[in-house]
Design a binder for this molecule. Structure first.
Ligand code: ADP
Ligand code: MG
Length: 868
């Protein structure tokens, strides 16, 4: 069955050539106990390794089943070792971190035998060698003789035809040696046993044939086999060995389990990089969330505003700061020159006053899908005053909005507004009630989600219809007393009197500012008054009755109810919020007012008769603002005027004068009748700075398109104050992001190098194990599989460990940052990021392990076995 034909073996170390075997010719019977005797260094081990397929011969041939092995591939040798050969070594070569049972099972694992069968067969063999009671022990817990029995059991597990034993008793005392020899003799009863020994007595007593070797040559053979004797050889099994990746995984997993502490440390070392990255990711995620929140909040307070008529404040500020005057001529020594700053401001003012066609732009905004993607909300402003009264204020009927509070202390002038609001004369004797300056009622963004992220509900709910509003308090549940005066909860008269006292140098006294329960404020109602409500038709002409207090009071009493349905407070997480200490109404209110005003009798009449001034019944003059020209009057008209009393005449002249100043448009503006398609300003609330840039690009594209289409009048200009201020913030944010990315990159490199080194150390450590695996038939691929499986497990584990540790670390880090800065949730790892990092850890570890695994696979099994 086995025949060596003129086998030689040369070892080359540098220039030196050692002839370990010098032409060995041997035939073996399928069933005999052969002892090979010889001095140390005579080539016995080399011979045995060549027979066992562990080492390759240099020349000659080894015939297995009459078949030459010259053409044997690695796989053939692996199969041969796994199925046909069992090895026993002087130093036992057991895998120390695996139990006796697992050590014995090893060869079966490689042959792909099921786990149950493996167990059963391993127990059987162990019982045969007398180790039934020691299966769960570690090799280190056994005596030398017991360890050699384990090695024998391992060699026998696959029921091989050939058992090769290299000085099996070399490390044992004489009594144990005898026991092992007896065992080997028993085994040799039905197979070929070749044993190397330098104990002639043992060889004499137990073996059936003694071959003596000297300096790589056979010097005697006590019982050479004949050609005929080896003819009736057994057929060697020819299955291929195969280890599935799953088998490799479970092998490695068990292997790792047996050295938990080591694995934990390895995984921890590997996870340090991952922890670093995960922490940076957590922080940058938190910071980015925070920045996004600031951006959103900032941009919801400072939208991109496009007004009907606009002035580029950025340009003016630039001019004031001298930014535009870089290219000035050099001033001669001894001379002083002026820098044009005011000149530039004027030039800017002159060149930049523009009128935007917001009707066309609104149409564009509503149709363009890209706009919708980039905004949180759009707000259309119209020149319509929100006239709100409180019927039951402490001073009686109080105008709540626009507020009169500043007038009470004589500062109304400062809050001037230019609208021709009929209410200007209604209350407080014609004070200047700015329609814009003292608006304490503000329109809420029509993005409920954004609102709810910025405000917490203190009490009540969000408004759902036009006549529902909310009171916005600050984070300490306070509103300014200005607001309380405005709402009519505190006395404006008292305020005014105190102001007078101060002017007169007297002492003054104000009541304490009370505290209100939520219930008192919720359900508080106000009256909505339309500009058109203040006109009454007399003698077919519409007259402004706002100077008639009784009339106004009645209008107020008949006004629609507005109710406070909720009290909201800025969310402490929201960095900046739009409004605090004000009343917030929905965009529905403006829509409602517009519809009501446009549907009113007076407005309809004016619109149906665009030529006739509804206030005077006269035709609008062709050119507004002309002086009244008596010379142009007809005789008839002069005669009629002569019949009038002085008062009547004055009234008539007034009417004429009014008429001369009026236009169709100015009348509609007075009545606050506006076209929904013609806003006075558009506020675009971007989501963040990126979408804001997108919006600006969209507007710029729109301008280009309109210009190209020859519609220059539709080109939109606007000033972007926030943009000017925030552009530096954005660049700082970007720099921070890049630095973080660089950190992440470095951490990744460090982490993968670390993992590679750890795997390499593991390979070095397990060299012996590699030799053992090879000796029981593991192929090169199996070896690399085992290591790849190991790095796979370690990579997965260190990834998960890293994420786990990071998640734990994030808790105290968040607390510390919260204590230091008041910003909560800064360290938070996003789930996708965590999954990605586990994957990165896995991939990097496996990649880093590939080279060491290949090195392991390439190791010469003989050398590997010889290593310590
Ligand atoms: P034995 O087992 O009889 O003591 P070996 O077969 O181990 O002898 O060695 C035979 C000869 O080959 C010795 O001279 C030894 O030094 C040499 N030898 C064995 N292995 C190697 C090797 N890997 N490289 C170089 N020389 C070797
Ligand atoms: Mg030897």
């Amino acid at each position: 069955m086995l025949e060596l034909k003129n086998i030689t073996k040369e070892y080359r170390t540098g220039d030196q050539v050692v002839q370990a075997l010098k032409g060995i010719n041997l035939k073996f019977r399928s069933n005999e106990f052969v002892s090979i005797l010889g001095q140390s260094g005579s080539g016995k081990t080399t011979l045995l390794n060549i027979i066992g397929g562990l080492d390759r011969y240099t020349e000659g041939d080894l015939l297995i089943n009459d078949r030459s092995t010259k053409e044997y591939k690695d796989r053939d040798w692996d199969t041969y070792r796994n199925h046909s050969v069992g090895f026993i070594f002087q130093s036992y070569n057991l895998i120390p971190h695996q139990s006796v049972l697992s050590n014995v099972e090893l060869a079966l694992t490689l042959s792909g035998v099921s786990k149950d069968e493996r167990r059963e067969r391993a127990r059987e063999v162990l019982e045969k060698v007398g180790l039934k009671d020691h299966v769960t022990k570690r090799p280190s817990q056994l005596s030398g003789g017991q360890m050699q029995r384990v090695a024998i059991a391992r060699a026998l597990i696959n029921d091989p035809e050939i058992l090769l034993a290299d000085e099996p008793t070399g490390a044992l005392d004489s009594e144990t040696s005898l026991q092992i020899m007896a065992l080997l003799q028993e085994i040799a009863a039905d197979r070929l046993v070749i044993m190397v020994t330098h104990n002639p007595q043992l060889a004499e007593d137990y073996s059936t044939r003694i071959i003596k070797v000297l300096d790589g040559e056979i010097i005697s053979d006590s019982n050479p086999a004949s050609e005929i004797e080896i003819r009736d050889s057994k057929i060697l099994k020819n299955d291929k060995t195969f280890m599935s990746f799953f088998t490799a995984l479970s092998l490695s997993f068990n292997n790792l389990l047996t050295k938990k502490g080591r694995t934990l440390l390895t995984a921890f070392a590997g996870s340090i990089g991952i922890i670093g990255i995960a922490l940076i990711m957590s922080l940058s995620n938190g910071v980015q969330n925070y920045i996004a929140r600031i951006e959103e909040d900032t941009l919801s307070s400072y939208p991109l505003t496009i007004e009907e008529s606009t002035l580029d404040m950025g340009m003016i500020m630039g001019a004031l700061m001298g930014v535009n005057t870089e290219e000035l001529d050099e001033v001669e020594e001894g001379e002083v020159a002026g820098t044009p700053i005011m000149t530039d401001v004027l030039a800017t003012l002159a060149s930049r006053k523009d009128s935007n066609n917001l009707t066309a732009f609104k149409e564009f905004l509503e149709e363009d899908a890209a706009v919708q993607e980039n905004i949180n909300a759009i707000q259309y402003s119209y020149n319509i005053p929100i006239n709100i009264f409180n019927e039951n204020g402490v001073d009686g009927v109080v105008q709540v909005n626009p507020s009169n509070v500043m007038n009470a202390i004589g500062m109304g002038q400062a809050m001037d507004a230019q609208t021709s609001n009929p209410l200007q004369s209604a209350m407080g004797g014609g004070g200047m009630m700015g329609a814009s300056g003292v608006d304490s009622w503000k329109e809420l963004l029509n993005n409920q989600e954004l609102l709810e992220s910025q405000y917490d509900t203190v009490s009540g709910r969000w408004p759902e219809s036009f006549n529902e509003v909310i009171l916005i308090v600050d984070e300490n549940n306070r509103v300014s007393d200005y607001m309380l005066y405005s709402l009519g909860l505190l006395s404006q008269e008292e305020l005014s009197e105190s102001f007078q006292s101060i002017l007169e140098g007297k002492d003054y006294e104000l009541s304490d500012i009370p505290t209100y329960s939520n219930e008192e404020l919720l359900g508080m109602t106000f009256k909505l008054v339309l500009n058109t409500d203040l006109y009454e038709k007399e003698n077919n002409l519409w007259a402004n009755r706002s100077d008639d207090q009784a009339f106004v009071d009645e209008v107020v009493a008949n006004g629609e109810d507005m109710e406070i349905v909720g009290i909201m407070r800025p969310n402490p997480e929201a960095v900046t919020t739009g409004e605090t200490g004000s009343i917030g109404y929905t965009s529905l209110l403006k829509e409602h007012i517009m519809q009501a005003v446009n549907g009113s009798e007076i407005v309809e009449e004016q619109i149906n008769n665009p030529e006739i001034n509804v206030f005077t019944g006269l035709e609008f003059p062709e050119n507004a603002n002309e002086e009244f020209d008596f010379a142009a009057l007809s005789d008839e008209e002069r005669a009629y005027m002569a019949t009038l009393s002085e008062v009547e005449l004055a009234e008539l002249l007034n009417t004429y004068q009014d008429n001369f100043n009026a236009t169709y448009e100015s009348n509609l503006a007075t009545l606050a009748a506006v076209d929904e398609e013609k806003p006075s300003a558009i506020n675009l609330y971007a989501k963040d700075f990126e979408t804001k840039d997108n919006l600006e690009a969209i507007i710029s594209d729109y301008n280009t398109r309109e210009t190209d289409a020859g519609r220059d009048e539709n080109v939109i200009t606007y000033s972007d104050l926030v943009g000017t201020i925030m552009s530096s913030v954005t660049s700082i944010i970007n720099i921070i992001s890049y630095v973080l990315i660089a950190f992440v990159g470095v951490s990744l490199v460090v982490s993968s190098i670390m993992i590679g080194i750890i795997t390499y150390i593991s390979v070095l450590e397990r060299t012996k194990e590699i030799g053992i695996l090879r000796s029981v038939g593991a192929s090169k691929r199996d070896i690399s599989r085992v290591f790849n499986a190991e790095t796979f497990i370690i990579g997965l584990f260190s990834g998960l460990l890293g994420i786990g540790i990071t998640a734990l670390l994030n808790i105290p880090i968040s607390v510390i940052i919260k204590n230091m800065t008041g910003i909560s949730g800064i360290a938070s790892l996003p789930i996708e990021g965590a999954a990605f990092l586990v994957l990165v850890s896995l991939v990097l570890t496996v990649i880093a392990g590939l080279i060491p695994a290949r090195m392991a696979a390439k190791k010469d099994p003989v050398e590997a076995l010889r290593s310590e």
